[in-house]
Design a protein around this ligand. Sequence first.
Ligand code: LRH
Length: 479
Amino acid sequence: AAGRAVAAVDLGATSGRVIVGRIEHGPDGAELRTQHVARFANDPVRTSDGLHWNFLELYHQALQGLAAAERSAPGKIASIGIDSWAVDYGLLRHGRLLGIPYHYRDARCEAGVAAVHARVPAERLYARNGLQHLTFNTIFQLAAEDGLLDVADRALLVPDLLNYWLTGVEAAERSNASTTGLLDPRSREWDLELAEEAGIPARILPQLIEAGTRLGPVTGDAAKVIGRAIDVVAVASHDTASAVAAVPATRADFAYISCGTWGLVGLELDAPVLTDAARLANFTNEGGIEGTTRFLHNVMGTWLFSESLRHWEPGATNAQRSSLLGELLADAASVTGPIPVFDANDPQFMPPGDLPDRIVRWFEARGERAPEGRAEIVRSITESLAVAFADAVETASRLADREVSTIHVVGGGSQNTLLCQRLADRSGLEVLAGPVEATAMGNLLIQAQTLGLIGPGLAELRAVVARSTAPIRYTPASR
Ligand code: LRH
């Protein structure tokens, strides 16, 4: 295994990165060392028919990043794994893409919700698929395809589509398939009966595979661009699944928040919770590795910051915006007096556009004092996220009847010290923050397990992360 490395392509809703990982042997066992070899923006594009991902650009950047990975360790990269945000897909016919994949924030989903609910009531849908109602769940998006399903012979989720372009293998990796609304959370098989009821042709659903399946080498032109025909491994291709796998928990009674564009707040369970109470609390049951369930709630997440900054600084780069956010958070920390708190779960914050204005109007509509100026708005977002996160942890613990002693925050949002401290204060629980790159680490370590570079099992994967990074501890302020 000497010198062997693995490469992760991790696509988030605002940026993507390619990271190379190596296993080293530390005093207590295997550790993971990571190196960023590429970072790129993910800027969606609006055309006359709606909001799309700049999909070819993402593929191009992934290939360039993988070429950089190969150059960084010539001949050493043993495999490649791809993960991304969930739910979005491309439709194909005879292997050809039938349109530019839509962004889940596109407004067309509403029509799909009405179409599906007319055939399958919400209660029945939850009993079958266990998913929190989000207008963009794949089942609703597919129902909004307006005739395209008559000609399509395949739907591939984003990482599966990229894997297909790289290797020619069509498959649906299960963790991400669990976000479509067409997978049975108990059997982990496609629910073909539900698909038929919802008017979705079964033929478009590809064969399901487990994370850790070897798909085969990169072929054709892609291999030339990368520089070598490296093997592709299907990882836990839902970014949240990879992030939760890489939570450095050392005990069982933890909650997690995978905090990026979205804040995914919940518990890891052995089985789905499909009760009416879980449905009404809008909790989801997604599938993780080793048959685990991600029982969680989607909270708006760092989108509230990033979309505000996009409005304030339209011409800035991602890097400029994140350094400005750092300054605003420092100012926000010293804002005194009562901080206005809004409902960070309110769907009106979902579409792109002037977010600070929507926040101000949220308060005005209720006759409450709205935050004024950038620093107070940033503080109000932070406080509102902390409240929503703490609520979701408490609700998860109640619905699943499980004690929680620690909240692990991973992902980009774990760098937000004000948010982590306020979460500890609001929840009364210890918060352990980091790693920032949990998703990429989960991606890399599932490959490392597939190749036998580390031992098998989720517990070992977590132990590697825990040995490789030291989370930052936040304790609740005494009240
Ligand atoms: C986070 C995420 C989340 C989904 C959303 C669409 O990136 O995958 O788990 O709900 O994107």
